[in-house]
Design a protein around this ligand. Structure first.
Ligand SMILES: [Zn+2]
Ligand SMILES: [Zn+2]
Ligand SMILES: [Zn+2]
Length: 336
């Protein structure tokens, strides 16, 4: 919700201001936006950006109805996820509905809006007020001011380069490497998780990785492996990177995927899956011209990415079905 409110603030004229002490102001997006605009205006640089995105958005006309529809669009991904979670945890039915009714039906299903009165026709998006879903446990103006201060504070931090170099937290460093304005325009559409994009020709991977050194031990691993989720390069089975009897692949699978890891073994062209204490050989997504794998690269034939196999692997990962689909699991004794 704050993303939505935040995003909208840039395009609304300040004249929308609604006194904060009017009745129901806490549930009025006009009042809340007015607060956001006031807070963000304290830092001029937030409004100075002129990205392509912003130019396009600036040219759209904002009406209360279009604002309401946009707010709902921004909130929908969160409502969908919450509904799925509720369905998964409590077994509540997932309501079916038309696209127009989705916001309202999901919000009702989640208990954010009262259930519909019997025999009332479904409301169109612009007839609903998404702000009615808001139920503040603290003063909304204090909270939104705090959110805004975090973003405007980012501009100040950015100017202090020494601080940036001192930061070890990767996420924070990434955040600081983008101008704060880019935080204002966010795509509310969430892409599904996906594995690394692989090159067409296996030789590209092999040439790049087989002499590459591990960033943890600075040595060229005897059995190099690549995490297909995040791209981390690790020493499979290497004593060099072993920590408390855990080899690097197993350690990485714990940090990267809560004990699920997908690794491409560079010198073998095959993929292994780690699931907790077990592992299995998944096979290869690179095939030769006859559609055959070349495990351990024994034949040395050129290998090409089989998109279909890679999609299957990705699908098994996304749907958490590795356990059911692969039968040949064995213990790895933390030695991978
Ligand atoms: Zn990873
Ligand atoms: Zn290593
Ligand atoms: Zn190592």
């Amino acid at each position: 919700m704050q993303d939505a409110v935040y995003h909208m603030s840039i395009y609304l004229p300040v004249c929308l201001a609604v006194p904060q002490n009017t009745h129901n102001a806490e549930q009025s997006w006009e009042a809340l936006l007015s607060c956001v605009i006031g807070e963000l205006s304290k830092d001029r640089s937030v409004y100075e950006a002129e990205t392509d995105n912003m130019t396009a958005l600036n040219s759209t006309v904002c009406t209360p109805q279009s604002m309401e529809v946009s707010l709902q669009q921004f909130c929908l991904p969160f409502l969908r996820l919450s509904s799925l979670l509720q369905h998964h945890l409590y077994g509540d039915d997932l309501p079916g509905c038309s696209r127009e009714e989705e916001f309202c039906v999901l919000a009702q299903g989640l208990g954010l809006l009262p259930p519909p009165a019997p025999a009332t026709p479904p409301a169109t998006p612009s007839q609903w007020s998404s702000a009615r879903c808001l139920e503040w446990v603290v003063c909304p103006y204090t909270l939104t001011s705090q959110w805004c201060a975090e973003v405007t504070g980012l501009t100040e931090i950015q100017t202090d380069q020494t601080l940036v170099t001192q930061l070890h937290n990767t996420a924070m460093t990434v955040l600081l490497s983008v101008p704060p304005q880019t935080l204002l325009v966010q795509d509310p559409q969430w892409a599904a998780p996906h594995l690394l994009q692989l090159p067409e020709n296996y030789n590209t991977i092999f040439q790049y990785y087989h002499r590459k050194s591990c960033s943890a031990c600075n040595k060229v691993p005897k059995d190099p492996a690549l995490c297909l989720v995040c791209g981390t390069f690790v020493c499979l089975k290497g004593l060099c990177c072993k920590q408390h009897s855990y080899c690097e692949c197993v350690l990485h699978s714990q940090h990267c995927g809560a004990a699920t890891g997908i690794f491409l073994l560079i010198n073998a062209s095959v993929i292994i899956i780690i699931r907790g204490h077990r592992f299995c050989l998944w096979g290869s997504v690179y095939l030769d011209a006859h559609g055959e794998e070349d495990r351990d690269l024994r034949r040395g034939k050129p290998l090409f990415l089989c998109e279909e196999r890679y999609r299957v692997l990705e699908q098994q990962w996304v749907s958490h079905t590795f356990d059911h689909i692969n039968k040949r699991w064995g213990p790895h004794y933390n030695g991978l």
